[in-house]
Design a binder for this molecule. Structure first.
Ligand code: NAP
Length: 281
């Protein structure tokens, strides 16, 4: 596995594993628990030791599955990210939520706690102060945000007295090049800010929910042929070729997990990197 360094000096795997859908999406689904736990364990065995989850996923059941999966591993070898939902951003709610997440994850701390989505109804100052207290109390090692615009990210950081925002999780992949999302947020602009300010951009939906892994985008098909890689490997390699991007594809089969790891250990050349970006722009 390759690693990148967070501003706090800690290393994070370049490719981790997403868990949205394992154990349900908007509500709990208990029908595939065994295979979901198996998929997370396989991901860890392959080196994807960054596991991304959230209290929202499967109404908490996804965190329970992550908790089951990580039991037999040395905790300090894992990097667990969870997210507090936007309805829980007042101080007391946030603390309660994070403690519930820790219970479900069967761990004393997470490595990274993110605000899942901004909520204009809760003063961001209150949430950031509460997150700092969570670091002080040992519930999370690092603080981050998700789906924040550049200006909100800057505002959030301004309220932190002791710690830095180390990561912003954002929707980014080849299919999102030059597109804006949610309230006009430009990810290119966001990325430039993150790179300049030593904030890791954790790209979510890196495969556009599997669409980029399928043949049909001529430039991706041609690059796959040229590099003797799959379309998914080209799309993931393109993302992590950015200095300050790591990613978290969700995969629930052994073949997909293995394939995604094969996105590392080689490099797209600069012309091909640019050509991909231009073709999707
Ligand atoms: P994604 O990772 O872009 O795509 C997942 C889909 O791609 C699954 O259907 C998976 O199938 C398939 N897939 C994975 N590897 C493949 C491969 N090598 N070949 C073909 N298909 C492949 O989408 P995502 O799950 O939306 O995003 C990834 C993670 O980001 C989530 O799981 C979640 O942890 C996080 N996320 C965060 C936010 C946020 O607001 N912060 C929002 C969305 C997602 P199988 O399952 O069958 O393997």
């Amino acid at each position: 596995m390759e690693f990148k360094e967070l501003s706090a000096g800690v290393k994070i795997p370049v490719i981790g594993v997403g868990t949205w859908g394992l154990g349900g999406k908007h509500s709990a689904d208990f029908s595939n628990d065994e295979s979901s736990i198996g998929a997370i364990k396989t991901a860890i065995d392959l080196g994807m030791t960054h596991i991304d989850t959230a209290e929202y996923y499967g109404a908490g059941h996804t965190e329970e599955l992550v908790g089951q999966a990580i039991k037999s591993y040395e905790r300090s070898n894992l990097f667990i990210t969870t997210k507090v939902y936007k309805t829980h951003l007042h101080k007391s709610d946030l603390l309660f939520s994070l403690k519930q997440s820790l219970k479900r994850l069967s761990t004393d701390y997470v490595d990274l706690c993110l605000i899942h989505w901004p909520n204009p109804e809760v003063p961001i100052r209150e949430t950031m102060t509460a997150l700092e207290a969570c670091v002080d109390d040992g519930y999370t090692k690092f603080i981050g945000v998700s789906n924040f615009s550049t200006s909100l990210l800057m505002e959030a950081q301004s309220y932190l007295k002791k710690y830095q925002i180390v990561a912003n999780q954002a929707y980014y992949n080849l299919a999102r090049v030059n597109k804006t999302y949610f309230n006009g947020l430009s990810v290119e602009e966001l990325y430039s800010y993150c790179e300049a300010n030593d904030i890791m951009l954790i790209a979510w939906s890196p495969l556009e929910e599997g669409k980029l892994a399928k043949p049909g985008f001529p430039v991706l098909d041609n690059m796959a042929k040229k590099y003797e890689k799959t379309q998914a490997q080209i799309a993931l390699n393109w993302l992590v070729s950015h200095k300050k991007i790591v990613t978290i594809p969700k995969a629930s089969t052994m073949n997909h997990l293995r394939e995604n790891i094969g996105a590392l250990g080689w490099k797209l050349n600069k012309d091909d990197f640019d050509q991909l970006k231009q073709a999707f722009a």
